[in-house]
Ligand binder design. Sequence first.
Ligand code: ASP
Length: 428
Amino acid sequence: MKKKHKSPWGVFAAIVLAIAFGSIVGESGKIWNIPFYSLLDTAGTLFLNALTLVVVPLVSSSIIAGIARIGNDGGFGRIGGKTFFFYLSTSLLAILIGLFFVDLIGPGTGHIIGHNLESGDYVANLKQSMANREGKGLSNVLLSIVPSNVLLAFSQGNMLGLIFFSILFGYSISKIQSSHANVLQSFFQGVFETMIQLTHLIMKLLPYGVFCLVAKVFMTTGVHSLAPVALFTLTVILGLSTFMFIGLPLMLQLIGQIKPAWLFKAMGPALITAFSTSSSSATLPITIDCVEKRAGVSNRICSLVIPLGTSINMSGSALYECVAAMFIAQAYGLELSFTNQFLIVFLSLITSIGVAGIPSASLVAILIILRFMGLPAEGVGLFVAVDRLLDMCRTTVNVFSDSCCAVLVAKAEGEKNVLVKDPVEMVE
Ligand code: ASP
């Protein structure tokens, strides 16, 4: 097999150029009377659509082929158990790191309420979306796990329903007569490999897609918007960095004897896509590709761990929720007793599980926490201007955390090909 050394610099250059271009040109810049913003918006949306297009066939075929194999060797419950344990414990660790920094720095302490409060349409819309969600209630989330119409679930991109159906389908394949099972297994493995090839094609457009998406964000959210909430931004970024560059690497090294730098290298394309799209769901095809082809995790494990992680493991978002809720509580002068802090930690953990892998999904979860704590929803207006920038960072952490779980579970299952060499050499 011929080795090709792909350089990540093109994508990094795209990010730097996009930040400079977006900040200089701004929202009103035009070319031949056409706003740059709408040009980039259209091109960026095309790239996002192309990624999202692959999600349903890729995830379903990946799970079906993977579970059909696990079903045969009976490891499903064990792998599922390890995955849940890892996801809950890393999210808790992330939240506690966030709590540590928000207590230490106190970004909301002494904040004058009412100052810089954008309590207009944005918060009203958020409240509306929360009301819609609440109307459906928790029971509807549970009901979406078992859809009554699988085609509808697929067409609506109902991830939990899709995962559930695919797991059952794959498991059932492992229980039927082997002559039929082999045909189905080979068919779904074929669909999966084809979708990975399609993902590779889309990834050729990565630098251009990244440029459009990042430039668009910086056209509307200039770096200057960070100034009024600089301490809050700093707290979130410190927390996310500590978790991603110290917490998770320590786990990788101590539990799995894995070189963290190699996993960062292997996950490069997925991390950059997560950063520019702010959507772990749209990044999913690239995450699966990196975990399997570059980090060397088998399809058997990746197919279960990664789609599940994209739906329920939002460590970066959980940390963000905790810091945001504490920030608002500090700003509104809520007494930050042990009980209140414990409540915020607990609520961040629970609500992060339900956060969707789409941009700004955490804001709704934060509103739910505020309601529980008896704080006004308008508090979100304190930092809404920087939410998108911080979303880029927390989505990157969400995706990296999923990949850590995949390699650790693979190691725990005795897999021998996990990051055995520098991933640069593993690129086909
Ligand atoms: N954008 C995040 C994700 O897709 C979710 C959030 O925190 O808003 O992972």
